[in-house]
Design a protein around this ligand. Structure first.
Ligand code: CP
Ligand code: NVA
Length: 309
């Protein structure tokens, strides 16, 4: 049964900056003391249910391994193999799972379904990616930035490419962690007005509507992502619009000479990023992928409250 407010991890804009900073410190700590903490098995007796309505490599494996390394267990499900696939409501599913497991991680395109699940669950619900956002990814990204470049507050990150779920979480992170974010997206694939309005209303240092060369000028970090996200149609149109937004060697030269390159992966080599950049000295994409594991240990510990650290 629920006691006190349930600690869901749904979106970065739903958590106050000090809470997110605390969560980040927890992740750094769980990483640096990982062998010692693993021996303590802080998640012993805890079970995480994972529901994947879309494919995943990193999110699935890193959550599974995070639970195992800290002594907990996981149950892996797809929506289709649950009664959800035959029309049982999200609300009823939330109430039933709340009686069995300690937390739910879900990847589902419909963000409303995520919110509905959380509204009816008496256990923490974690957003493992929706069409609208990908907050776990950006916690790992901020962690990776800080390991390579020091505190992110006051620094500048550039995004060039599609205005997708990953970018939305970057915009929210810019406001919450107080860094500048330069954004270059094709006008036809620009961020939704609600996101732009939110950034303005909350004093975020986000510069929308730049071209790629302007966006990356002198920045500390360049980020991009696929041109076609899960659930997207119009493959050909997107490719045509996004081709000028590719991160290649010439574009990276405009960033600070010590700038890092990040990508949540999976990458489409030769499309949004070239091999030269992906495999080059500025790329930290595999550190970033590893940090999904450590960042999510922090998220799980925070959600399960008192279960770790
Ligand atoms: N970055 C990320 O979420 O990857 P997966 O789709 O493999 O989980
Ligand atoms: N924007 C991508 C991220 C994949 C991890 C997608 O939604 O498919």
């Amino acid at each position: 049964s629920a006691h006190g407010a349930v600690k869901h991890f749904l979106d970065l804009d739903l958590l106050p900056p000090d809470e997110l900073r605390g969560l980040m410190r927890l992740s750094h700590d769980l990483k640096s003391r990982r062998h010692e903490i693993a021996a303590e098995k802080p998640f012993a007796g805890k079970v995480l249910a994972m529901v994947f309505d879309q494919p995943s490599t990193r999110t699935r494996i890193s959550f599974d391994v995070a639970m195992r390394q800290l002594g907990g267990e996981t149950i892996m499900l797809t929506g289709a193999e649950m009664q959800l696939g035959r029309g049982e409501t999200i609300a009823d599913t939330a109430k039933v799972l709340s009686r069995y497991v300690d937390a739910i991680m879900i990847r589902i395109l419909d963000h409303g379904a995520l919110a509905e699940l959380a509204a009816h669950a008496s256990i923490p619900v974690i957003n493992g990616l929706t069409r609208d956002s990908h907050p776990c990814q950006i916690m790992a990204d901020v962690m990776t930035f800080e390991e390579h470049k020091g505190p992110i507050t006051g620094r500048t990150v550039a995004w060039t490419g599609d205005a997708n779920n990953v970018l939305t979480s970057w915009v929210q992170a810019a406001q919450r962690f107080d860094f500048a974010l330069n954004i270059a997206t094709p006008p036809e694939l620009a961020p939704r007005p609600a996101l732009v309005d939110w950034a303005r209303a909350n004093g975020a240092r986000v510069n929308f509507g730049l071209d790629p060369e302007e966006a990356v000028e002198g920045v500390d970090c360049v980020v991009t992502d696929t041109w076609v996200s899960m659930g997207d149609a119009e493959y050909e149109r997107r490719h045509n619009l996004l081709r000028p937004y590719q991160v290649n060697g010439a574009l990276m030269k405009r960033a600070d000479k010590d700038a890092i390159f990040m990508h949540c992966l999976p990458a489409h080599r030769g499309e949004e990023v070239t091999d030269e950049v992906m495999d080059g000295p500025q790329s930290v994409v595999f550190d970033e992928a590893e940090n999904r594991l450590h960042a999510q240990k922090g998220i799980l510990a925070w959600c399960l409250e008192g279960a770790a650290a």
